[in-house]
Design a protein around this ligand. Structure first.
Ligand code: GLC
Length: 619
């Protein structure tokens, strides 16, 4: 570097430091030149801390409390959001514009942005949505396998690429904040969110937190980058009985050994936000736990991004009848929550927090800390310079290349659990009978958080079913026959494939306290196929391990497909041997439901242990 350049850089660094010092010390600055006529916070060349300090000096209490408030699109028009100075607007699961297309989303979100920029300080809003297996609310998005399958794939580099594609398809619609990844460590498979977990050991979520790098890109202000969210802090996968939003009755040692490492990893990767968990820890709701949020997360782990509550999570603090109260609002914000996800009650929240500040129950230092964190991320995202959707990204939305990546993820997530020589299926000269409720149902194979919160059976999204893949992959003189119930099976067929398992669910609706067995429909289908004497391959499409202990002897082959998403053909790639299975269990597979919870190292004898998986070459 030349000495002139070195000198110029040194001078600029000194100027910046002086400028920052003056601002942070509250010294009023007079414009130094006409080029600086715009307020300092609008100067993209100024350091972010300087821009934040300048902007906060200009903000009223209403501006600041508004920044800490997130409302749902269905409860806030752009005008209402701007009048309330909302810092963010979100789509809850399935809350979508009409048309539910990239253009429809961009028009909706740019509408909120236009209203926000028209306010006196013109602070851009940030739009958030659950992008937990692709941009899953939007019709036509690439839908990736849910985390349980990615955990079995054990390919963090692939997962990082999934994050990049997910961010690309999100940013293409104007969503610059994804409520993902879920880094929960599910310890009881009866929990309805087990499929949102990468595995039962912290190492699975630690390794796959690589998705954050994909989501946030090389730089947060890259046009296709989005802000990631490490969720849910903390202990959601450790509740007694796997009860969703229940009580994690565990020691601090276990909390730190099992549930904390993924958040350390996420922070090391620069995750921009953390979402607090609904569950309690030893009887205290996380949303009101200052030790967890402020002392542990922000203090010990030095998390410098911002903390968002979960959807109406503040309403549950202290137990009793849920609802926003002044006490709960004060406790949540004083605990360290920076942004409140109060989808429908944002006006009430703002009023209550304002009252609590006036009453001295919430110090301005807390309000300022929250705003500093939120505004820092908005500046780092480049939202002040590029507030509107970059619609040039829409050309790749749901593209063949994106779907090919998803299909590769499906291939790598398949776990071959049993094979008495019946797999791989011969492509030529074969007669394959396919049955089961999940063989030709893209809604079932995508699972929850797909177009709607709970997901839905049926042809809900574009893509390929497992049956589509089997039909497309069939070679010369091969027939593939399908009957969901197995009617028509006879000895003329050389192999039967039963695709069974679960139908879509999300969160508490997926809790299964009464056992993990197959339902009556699946058992009947399997029995019909078995009675024919034709060799039988069973494929499970499910959000968790299932209780198959009693039926396993009847199976000649068994593959766990998890929730593969839109590219079901990837399952057929493995069944035909086009891809030799490499998946390994990231969850212990129980002999029966009574073994729950069952985890590696707990001394219980699993049907298939953590890390188990066969391949065709090596049986
Ligand atoms: C939900 C979930 C959380 C999600 C949020 C917004 O209840 O717990 O994972 O990000 O609400 O949809």
């Amino acid at each position: 570097m030349t000495s002139r350049l070195r000198a110029r850089r040194a001078l600029r660094a000194t100027q910046t430091a002086v400028l920052a010092g003056l601002l942070l010390s509250g010294t009023a600055l007079t414009p130094v030149a006409s080029a600086e006529r715009a307020p300092l916070y609008r100067n993209p060349r100024a350091p972010v801390p300087v821009r934040v300090a300048d902007l906060m000096k200009r903000m009223s209490l209403d501006d600041k409390i508004g920044q800490m408030t997130e409302g749902e699109r269905a409860a806030a028009t752009p005008r209402q959001a701007a009048d309330a100075r909302l810092g963010s607007v979100l789509s809850g699961g399935g809350s979508v514009p009409d048309p539910n297309s990239p253009a429809g989303w961009a028009d909706m979100i740019d509408g909120y942005q236009r209203a926000a920029l028209a306010t006196p300080l013109g602070i851009p809003t940030i739009y958030g949505a659950d992008t937990v297996h692709g941009h899953n609310n939007v019709h036509g998005a690439t839908i990736f396998p849910h985390n349980i399958g990615l955990g079995a794939a054990n390919d963090p580099r692939l997962v990082e690429r999934i994050g990049a594609v997910t961010a690309n398809e999100s940013a293409a619609t104007g969503v610059k904040w994804g409520f993902a990844p879920c880094l929960c460590v599910a310890r009881d498979d009866r929990w309805g969110r087990t499929y949102e977990s990468y595995g039962e050991l912290p190492r699975n979520a630690v390794a796959n937190s690589a998705i954050i790098n994909g989501l946030q890109g090389r730089k947060l202000d890259d046009r296709a980058s989005v802000l990631a969210t490490a969720k849910h802090f903390i202990g959601d996968g450790g509740t007694a009985g796997g009860v969703d939003q229940g009580d994690a009755r565990i020691s601090e040692r276990e909390l730190r050994e099992i549930h904390l490492p993924p958040f350390r990893a996420a922070i090391a990767r620069g995750v921009g936000s953390v979402m607090v968990s609904y569950n309690s820890w030893n009887g205290v709701k996380d949303h009101g736990n200052k030790y967890l949020i402020t002392d542990l997360l922000k203090g010990e782990l030095r998390f410098s991004g911002f903390v968002v509550s979960d959807y109406n999570g503040i309403d549950q603090i202290g137990g009793g009848t849920p609802g926003l109260t002044a006490e709960r609002v004060a406790q949540a914000i004083n605990a360290g929550i920076d942004m409140a996800m109060v989808p429908n009650d944002y006006v009430r929240f703002i009023g209550l927090l304002k009252g609590e500040v006036a009453a001295g129950h919430v110090p301005m230092s807390r309000i300022d800390d929250a705003n500093r964190r939120i505004l820092t991320k908005k500046f780092e995202l480049g939202l002040f310079e590029h507030p509107y959707t970059d619609r040039s990204l829409q050309k790749d939305f749901g593209s063949g290349a994106h779907r090919e990546l998803a299909r590769q993820a499906v291939r790598e997530s398949q776990v071959l659990l049993k094979n008495d020589g019946v797999l791989p299926l011969k492509k030529n000269g074969n007669r394959i009978f396919v049955a089961g409720k999940n063989a030709n149902d893209i809604g079932n194979q995508a699972g929850g958080w797909t177009l709607s919160w709970q997901g839905r059976s049926g042809p809900v999204i574009p893509g390929t079913t497992i049956l589509d893949g089997l039909r497309a992959g069939a070679g010369k003189n091969t027939t593939v026959t399908f009957d969901k119930a197995g009617n028509g099976i006879d000895k003329s067929y050389k192999v039967a494939v039963a695709v069974v398992g679960e139908t879509p669910y999300a969160e508490g609706k997926g809790d299964r306290p009464n056992g993990l067995g197959l339902d009556a429909e699946d058992l009947a289908t399997i029995a019909k196929l078995k009675a024919s004497g034709v060799p039988l391959v069973v494929v499970t499409v499910s959000g968790r391990v299932l209780d198959l202990g009693a039926q396993l002897p009847e199976f000649d082959g068994l593959v766990a497909a998890w929730l593969p998403g839109s590219e079901g053909a990837g399952v057929a790639d493995v069944l035909y041997g086009d891809y030799d299975p490499t998946g390994r269990l990231s969850f212990s597979w129980p002999k029966n439901s009574a073994q729950e919870p069952i985890n590696a190292g707990d001394g219980k004898q699993a049907l298939f242990p953590y890390g188990y998986g066969l391949s065709y070459r090596r049986h």
